[in-house]
Write a protein that binds this ligand. Structure first.
Ligand SMILES: [Zn+2]
Length: 452
């Protein structure tokens, strides 16, 4: 019996770019075993060394998380759909409506700020809707929202929250605005390049834990390529982000927006969904996205919803929490403060771009393999390189000679580290990974080529 397994964008390089794959099996575990037999590179993404499903990969049978069913023994019926939902590393800013700062019992008429005549005119389209009305607008004026990240998601979220009349908006960011961010981060302009902004994996766990510990809801959003995710975490009885993903993936295993790309308008949609949820929470109206994980696919223009139960074993919001104060999030996410730019999974057998240039100039016989995608290869390349995208390596490695010395590279060094590991596992002895990828090559060897 063949069952359809939906493959998320970050894992499609390992399924010949297919967004859905058929697999055989009577249980979820059998289906996944068949899937990873057909697509070998997927195995390392889905399972750890002990053969257990990785805890940053969630598997859903229709809209239910199999962890709350019979896990991998969950039986599958004809017509069922399996979804693999990995946590996404890229574009991570979240915003946390600070409604808790105005305790709900104090949000009585007399405690809310009055609107002046200008404000009544400005917000009249809100005021004439009975769901918002004057009281709702006064709640928004009393509301305080902290936008964690002023990037692609934070930009539209903050602008719409400000336009909607939220009284105080904080922006937290510690990253720098890069020229390549301007395609989607509409709050920034060309003169802002080099100024501060924020987006990183530890931020997501820091924000979640801070929200749980302080009792503030978290209007969450994340984006990757053409897909977005949104939910509301850390409400009193709702799940938190750690209920969904207790631990982050190791750095470099999941591609970031810098490595995978993102459609410029996508954060507009997801950031405005976050702002919508924040406004609803402050005004106390509607059905917030609590316990629901919203998936948006821009290419198909389709929304899906998965259930996110509150996990009684959750380390921060569960019945017996082990995290009762903020921790070292860089350490927790496996990021070493001394080398934050490192994206390689395995530092063994690295070569630097300067060493590579010296060896090529010396006439050493090296086979250069670019494991990026063809569209990236069109932008820039190291002369004399063979292109074999990472996902095609398992079936095309025979094109390479096991006795040759091989240098693999990608954009920044993450994907090529995986390619190097794979080649070594099938008997290649002399495999080197270009540290820092082609971006480092352009910085140090050939600055005439464009960077992306
Ligand atoms: Zn939780």
């Amino acid at each position: 019996m063949a069952t359809r397994i939906l493959i998320p964008t970050p894992l499609r390089p390992y399924t010949d770019k297919k967004d859905a794959v058929e697999a055989e099996g009577a249980t979820v575990g059998e289906l996944l075993a068949d899937l990873t037999k057909k697509h070998v590179l997927l195995k390392a993404h889905l399972y750890n060394e002990q053969g257990k499903l990785r805890n940053f990969v969630n598997v859903y049978l229709n809209d239910e998380d199999i962890r709350y069913m019979q896990k991998e023994q969950t039986p599958v019926s004809p017509g069922d759909t399996i979804s693999i939902i990995p946590s996404v590393a890229g574009g991570a800013p979240t915003s946390a409506p600070d409604v808790g700062s105005v305790p709900l019992q104090l949000q009585l008429d007399r405690d809310l700020p009055q609107l002046n005549n200008d404000e009544i005119k400005r917000y009249s389209r809100h005021l004439i809707m009975p769901e918002v009305g004057l009281d709702g607008q006064r709640k928004l004026k009393a509301g305080r929202v902290l936008c964690v990240g002023a990037g692609g998601l934070g930009s539209p979220a903050a602008m719409y929250l400000a336009a909607a009349g939220v009284g105080a908006i904080g922006l937290v960011d510690f990253d720098l605005v890069d020229f390549s961010n301007l395609q989607r981060q509409i709050i920034h302009g060309t003169p802002d390049v080099g100024r501060s902004k924020l987006a990183s994996a530890p931020t997501r766990y820091l924000t979640n834990d801070a929200c749980v510990l302080l009792g503030k809801p978290n209007a969450y959003g994340s984006i990757f390529r053409f897909e977005g995710q949104a939910s509301v975490f850390a409400t009193r009885n709702g799940p938190c982000y750690r209920c969904l993903y207790p631990e982050p993936p190791p750095p470099g295993l999941v591609p970031s927006c810098a490595e995978g790309g993102v459609l410029g308008v996508l954060p507009g949609i997801i950031g405005v969904i976050q702002a919508t949820e924040a406004l609803k929470l402050i005004a106390g109206i509607g059905e917030p996205l609590i316990g629901r994980f919203l998936l948006y696919d821009a290419l198909k223009m389709r929304f899906r919803e998965l259930k996110v139960p509150k996990d009684p074993e959750c380390p921060v919001c569960g019945l017996h929490p082990t995290i009762t104060k903020l921790i070292d999030y860089e350490q927790f996410c496996g990021i070493h403060p001394v080398a934050p730019e490192s994206t390689t999974v395995n530092a063994q057998g690295d070569i630097t771009s300067v060493e590579l240039k010296q060896r090529l100039d010396r006439g050493d016989k090296l086979t250069l393999v670019d494991v990026r995608e063809p569209n990236e290869f069109q932008i820039n390349r190291i002369p004399g390189t063979v292109l074999i995208p990472l996902g095609e390596i398992p079936r095309r490695y025979a094109e390479l000679n096991k006795d040759d010395e091989i240098v693999v590279h990608c954009k920044m060094g993450g994907r090529s580290a995986k390619a190097a590991d794979f080649l070594r596992s099938v008997g290649f002895r002399r495999v080197l990974n270009l540290k820092g990828g082609i971006l480092d090559w352009i910085d140090r060897v050939d600055p005439t080529q464009p960077k992306y």
